[in-house]
Ligand binder design. Structure first.
Ligand code: FAD
Length: 394
């Protein structure tokens, strides 16, 4: 328990996931006094496939060291474990991490820069005055000039201060599968995406150092996820007769219904702001990107009076992030509403699938890919190259 009302911190960040810790690092680097609170002690588990795209790694731009479980050099794109297309992506498309380790690494990096971390300190409520925010936590009251909410998909800050219906989300379910000896080595350094993994959605298999992360997701939501996950895993030899399996599910926030990201001295970031993308359910990149945008807005405006009114953070998000998220949502609608058609005409089509694979690494933006898919429409009708199914290790 800290002393109530003890002093004033420049910024108080709620939530030490990727958005919160990366922002803490960037603001500490600017020389601001940064306090970051989390309701949990670290390291803590987080439900997540742990797929980190190269564009996310580029934003961090430091060596992940042992937190990197597997470099991902390509993608296996298929439909119910048939017609596999194997796309090698150079340089490394992505890597896999385990979130307890990855998030601790980001938090330690922020603390090493000078941020102060208060563990097991939950946000409860906040009131804003002309020049400060008074924040009630489970450990007492803190005061800050800016309150930055990075407390995840079910954000308590958002629910309290922005209303309970601001963000729309869908469920996702994953299993951690510890396979028999030699199976991971045979699977290799690729991530697998199955466009029939779940109705109007997909299934993934991401290899880690000692297990697979396997999951299903649909941007349209859905029920009976456990049944879909069981049907999906049953199609893959690598996932049969495992040594151990653990299931866990959570929500992915796909839309900020009113595009409201800040109110005075309180800003929303990452999942709390509803900033995951709809096509793959990727959220870490967008959490990190919202942190870099917030840090830029603060660097431009400072944390004085103008920061509450300028709206720069929201304008930058609308300009740099929302168009990509909207294009991802259009692509998700197109692909998952007609998965068989989309798979045979987009994914199996060598004229298009290279771009599609580029989305996974970030070499291709969603807007660009959507545009090329639309203008290349007549080419969809060209005969597809024979599926490169040889060597599919799944
Ligand atoms: C099944 C599943 C699989 C996924 N797979 C991937 C993937 O492979 N790749 C990818 O990029 N994205 C994936 N995502 C999405 C990704 O996990 C999120 O988008 C990402 O974690 C968002 O980061 P964040 O920092 O905004 O929030 P979080 O990582 O959720 O961090 C929020 C933090 O806030 C803390 N907190 C919550 N409430 C409070 C409170 N009241 N007071 C104080 N602290 C609080 C929490 O303890 C937590 O530490 C997946 C999501 C799911 C559900």
């Amino acid at each position: 328990m800290f002393v109530d009302g003890e002093g004033m911190t420049d910024v108080l960040i709620v939530g030490a996931g990727p958005a919160g810790s990366h922002l803490a690092y960037l603001l500490a680097e600017q020389g601001l006094q940064v306090t970051i609170i989390d309701k949990q002690a670290f390291p803590r588990a987080k439900v997540c496939g742990g797929g980190l795209s190269r564009k996310a790694m580029n934003l961090l731009d430091f060596d992940l060291g042992p937190a990197m479980h597997q470099e991902i050099g390509g993608a296996i794109l298929n439909y119910r474990n048939r017609d596999a297309i194997i796309k090698e992506i150079e340089p490394m498309a992505a890597c896999t991490v385990v979130r307890s380790e990855f998030d601790k690494l980001l938090l330690d990096r922020a603390c090493a820069k000078g941020a102060r971390f208060l563990a097991e300190t939950a946000f409860i409520d906040a009131t804003e005055s002309a020049d400060a925010v008074s924040v009630v936590t489970s450990q007492g009251t803190l005061r800050c000039r800016l309150l930055l909410a990075a407390d995840g998909a079910a954000s308590a800050v958002r629910n309290k201060l922005f209303g309970k219906d601001l963000v729309a989300y869908v469920p996702a379910l994953e299993a951690m599968v510890w396979p028999a000896e030699g199976v991971l080595e045979r699977f290799g350094a690729r991530a697998l995406f199955d466009f029939d993994g779940m109705p109007r959605g997909y299934g993934w298999i991401f290899p880690k150092r000692d297990h697979f992360n396997v999951g299903v997701y649909s941007p349209f939501g859905g029920t009976a996820l456990r049944q879909h996950l069981d049907r999906f895993t049953a199609a893959y030899a690598s996932l049969q007769q495992p040594l151990r399996v653990e299931y866990q599910g959570y929500i992915i926030p796909l839309k900020n219904r009113r595009n409201v990201f800040q109110r005075g001295r309180v800003w929303l970031l990452g999942d709390a702001a509803g900033l995951a993308e709809a096509l793959f359910g990727e959220g870490i990149y967008f959490a990190l990107k919202s942190a870099t945008i917030a840090a830029r807005a603060i660097a431009a405006d400072g944390i004085g009076a103008s920061v509450a009114d300028s709206g720069l953070y929201s304008r930058l998000l609308r300009r740099e992030l929302l168009p990509e998220l909207r294009a991802a949502a259009w692509m998700a609608r197109l692909i998952y509403r007609f998965p068989k058609l989309a798979f045979s005409h987009l994914v199996l089509n060598q004229h298009i699938n290279h771009d599609f694979a580029g989305l996974i690494s970030g070499q291709m933006g969603y807007r660009h890919c959507l545009f090329k898919t639309a203008v290349g429409f007549p080419r969809w009708l060209l005969p597809s190259k024979a599926p490169e199914s040889g060597g599919n290790p799944s």
